[in-house]
Design a protein around this ligand. Sequence first.
Ligand code: FES
Length: 129
Amino acid sequence: MADSPGGVYTKKVMNRFSNPKFAGEIKNADGVGQVGNMKCGDVMRVYIKVEKNRIKDIKFKTFGCVAAIASSDAMCEMAKGKTIAEAMKITDKQIAEFVGGLPCIKHHCSVLGSEALRKAIENYKKKAK
Ligand code: FES
């Protein structure tokens, strides 16, 4: 797992937490995924808009910690523009790396992002049938 230097939040994490680009919700989303973290009770919801098999737009609503909010925002940036198949492959490890690492006790927070994205894609696939 990508540990942050010194076990503290990186600048990238703090910037995303204070200024998330993808926070919000999409009305008439093509897929919505929600996950809760059993360890802490935090909840993340992800909304996607899909066009020609690509994630055209993505937003999140996270009721959670600094790491969860920063990870959600990073995950959205990573997923936007990707095909459904590519987005399905985004891992919590990649998300943690994208924000320059997370304190090791916060690794579980980045799992929320990858799981919520997968659920939103599954929801989209179900609706598209
Ligand atoms: Fe709950 Fe981070 S402590 S997601």
